[in-house]
Design a protein around this ligand. Structure first.
Ligand SMILES: [Zn+2]
Ligand SMILES: [Zn+2]
Length: 190
């Protein structure tokens, strides 16, 4: 992974995405920038669920990522789902170039609490590290403090550190230097 490009999917506050652009290179040795285009999520909306189908957005993102040869990380405020789950915080192509994270359920307001930008940006960064970890072939980690621990509720994200545990970190380090991004990845994971 050499370059991570952040793609706003729908309206995203510039300060939120700028915070990620600054923080992501500190966690992975990558360059990170923000695409000036925005992906309009309207066509991925499913009225019967009143949510947006995450895998469909990823498929669209793949078409953008491939010619650019970069990792593409979508950031969105819309509520994401995959058919087998009620909602997801994010989804990634395992060992592939694309991932997406939603901050819809990371906001304190969603739970009837007062807005807290610090909590929001911390949760969002943790989720971004998690999904990027999947694109680097990492699976879920049993250490609940590791950024790669699975989270089915926001409280679990709060328990995670921003960092990868030693063993996940070592796995990333031992990856062969990224040549061409794989065209075939190993499926999707939340
Ligand atoms: Zn771990
Ligand atoms: Zn995951």
């Amino acid at each position: 992974m050499n370059l991570v490009r952040l793609l706003p999917v729908g309206k995203v506050e510039p300060s939120l995405i700028e915070g990620l652009r600054a923080a992501i290179p500190q966690r992975f040795k990558v360059r990170c920038d923000i695409l000036s285009v925005e992906l309009e999520p309207g066509s991925f909306y499913h009225p019967e669920r009143q949510q947006y189908h995450s895998s469909e957005i990823l498929a669209r993102m793949q078409a953008i990522a491939r010619p650019q040869g970069c990792h593409l990380l979508g950031i969105t405020g819309v509520d994401l789902y995959i058919p087998i789950l009620k909602y997801i915080f994010g989804e990634a192509q395992v060992g592939g170039p694309c991932a997406i994270v939603s901050f819809h359920r990371l906001r304190q307001e969603f739970y009837g609490l007062d807005r807290d930008d610090k909590i929001l940006s911390e949760r969002l960064l943790k989720e971004c590290i998690h999904e990027l970890g999947h694109t680097l072939d990492l699976r879920h980690c049993r250490d609940y403090r590791c950024a790669m621990a699975s989270a089915h509720a926001v409280e679990w994200i709060d328990l995670r550190e921003i960092e990868l545990c030693e063993s996940c970190s070592a796995r990333v380090q031992s990856r062969r230097p990224a040549g061409k991004l794989r065209a075939i990845y190993k499926g999707f994971i939340p």
